[in-house]
Ligand binder design. Structure first.
Ligand code: FAD
Length: 438
């Protein structure tokens, strides 16, 4: 038998194919929608993801606040994409790309491509603040949501046995930073826990002492939505006794003390960081491919300065007259770009010219506890119960996997009628030294 060279040994084994190979990095909304639409095409498709599952990020906050099990917002990528022909999945962290050699480098070796699609989304942006990066809780991945859930519950357990009044207050104070949809939704969900759940679980604690503080650097909440939705969300949060502080920036957090830019100090064991994301692309791209931390693409999602490389979803930056700062980093853009690129790659097989991408904005929404949400759809802007029903419906139909839809719906019905949240479990104790860095 012929011996393999070290170069060959480092190649990830994938069957030979007469078809061009498309390598896709990331099985998020963009990646899976692209792959599903490429089924039965004359391409070999290879997907890489560091996890073997797709994460439905819009409901991560419900996992963190004991509303849902983690399994119900995740779906195995192999199962999800099983019907796709000529498809291979490899679970691996991707480190870098070499657009000259048309190769990617991963933790399990290298692979050549004919076309590369980068769909690796975003990671938490701490804006270079090390103290916050070390000590705050981000909310981008399922393990992070589980860590936050454990940490919140561990704090209440610890508060019941503490004799130190200051420590009890600090453990019962939760600071959320960022008044976008994630910050607003997580604050509302914790408000609901405070109102309906925690006082029953911990009768020995005085919940008048529990504080939820939402800090936002701008002068309003939900900056990407209408003024009306921003104002309504503020009104709803006040009903949950959330102390919303606008025009307030965090300077540092040492794990026990948040220092604000106005000099104020808040003592807390928990700082949830929902203040921003940044592009999460592999190394190796030339400088002119990158703009504002995202991969700069043309109207066909082709990355500037990297031949046969495309970027879709949160990681891509497509500048246009209508979107001079690029599209919003939301699921609908990722889904539509994935589907659109599939269409263009089919055209490429037939030597047909590609079509430019056009975003169809279906609206935006956020929920703030039971019966309350805000919705902007075109000129229609409203809040309250109807908005909440629409929010639930849209999230249910968008969830990946039929099983997940059923589980989430039954959980929501249970929570609604019992005022309970069934997953107040500390499955794995959280310790700060094991915090997942991005
Ligand atoms: C907490 C939260 C709440 C949100 N709420 C909403 C909402 O309500 N509505 C809405 O429209 N949008 C919401 N979003 C935004 C939405 O989730 C994103 O716009 C969407 O997920 C982008 O899809 P994507 O495919 O570009 O990236 P992602 O869905 O982030 O997928 C990226 C994939 O790439 C993989 N990956 C990344 N780096 C590597 C690597 N180096 N190697 C291997 N694999 C890698 C990841 O594991 C992941 O599977 C929310 C986001 C968060 C974090």
């Amino acid at each position: 038998m012929e011996e393999l060279t070290s170069n060959q040994l480092n190649k990830i084994p994938i069957s030979a194919s007469p078809f061009p190979r498309i390598v896709i990095l990331g099985g998020g909304f963009a990646g899976i929608n692209l792959i599903k639409r490429l089924n039965k095409q004359r391409y070999q498709i290879v997907l890489f993801d560091r996890n073997n599952y797709h994460t439905f990020q819009p409901l991560l906050y419900q996992v963190a606040t004991a509303g849902l099990e983690p399994d119900s917002i995740a779906d195995p990528l192999r199962k999800q994409l099983e019907p796709v022909k000529n498809f291979y999945f490899r679970m691996a962290e991707v480190f870098s790309v070499d657009p000259e050699r048309k190769t990617i480098s991963t933790e399990i070796g290298e692979l050549d491509y004919d076309y590369l699609v980068v769909a690796t989304g975003t990671k938490t942006n701490y804006f270079g603040n090390d103290s916050i990066m070390q000590n705050a809780f981000p909310l981008k991945q399922i393990p992070q949501a589980l860590d936050l859930r454990s940490h919140l519950l561990q704090n209440f357990e610890a508060a019941t046995i503490s004799r130190d009044e200051q420590e009890i207050d600090s453990r019962m104070t939760i600071v959320v930073v960022g008044g976008g949809p994630t910050g607003v939704e997580v604050s509302g969900a914790i408000g609901e826990l405070k109102k309906n759940v925690l006082p029953n679980d911990y009768p020995e604690l005085d919940f008048k002492r529990m504080r939820i503080i939402l800090l936002e650097g701008l002068g309003r909440l939900l900056n990407g939505m209408s003024d009306k939705s921003g104002e309504k969300s503020l009104e709803y949060l006040k009903k949950f006794e959330v102390d919303v502080r606008l025009n307030t920036m965090v300077k540092s957090y040492d794990g026990l003390k948040v220092t604000l830019d106005n000099g104020d100090i808040i003592n807390t064991h928990t700082l949830i960081w929902a203040a921003g994301v940044q592009g999460n692309y592999p190394d190796g791209f030339p400088e002119d491919s990158i703009n504002h931390g995202r991969l700069l693409v043309d109207e066909f999602n082709q990355v500037k300065g990297a031949k046969d490389v495309y970027a879709i979803g949160d990681i891509s930056l497509m500048l246009s007259d209508e979107y001079p700062k690029g599209h919003p980093q939301v699921a609908q853009v990722a889904i539509q770009q994935g589907r659109h690129l599939a269409k263009n790659l089919k055209y490429a097989l037939k030597d047909k010219p590609m079509e430019p991408f056009e975003y169809h904005d279906k609206g935006s929404m956020a929920t703030i506890g039971r019966n309350k949400a805000v919705v902007d759809i075109g000129k229609l802007k409203f809040g309250g119960f109807a908005a909440w029903i629409i929010w639930m419906f849209i999230h249910l139909v968008s969830l990946v996997g039929f099983r997940n839809k059923i589980i989430v719906l039954s959980n929501w019905i249970w929570n609604y009628f019992t005022y309970d949240k069934g997953t107040r479990l500390i499955i794995r104790r959280f310790v700060m030294k094991n915090k997942i860095m991005e």
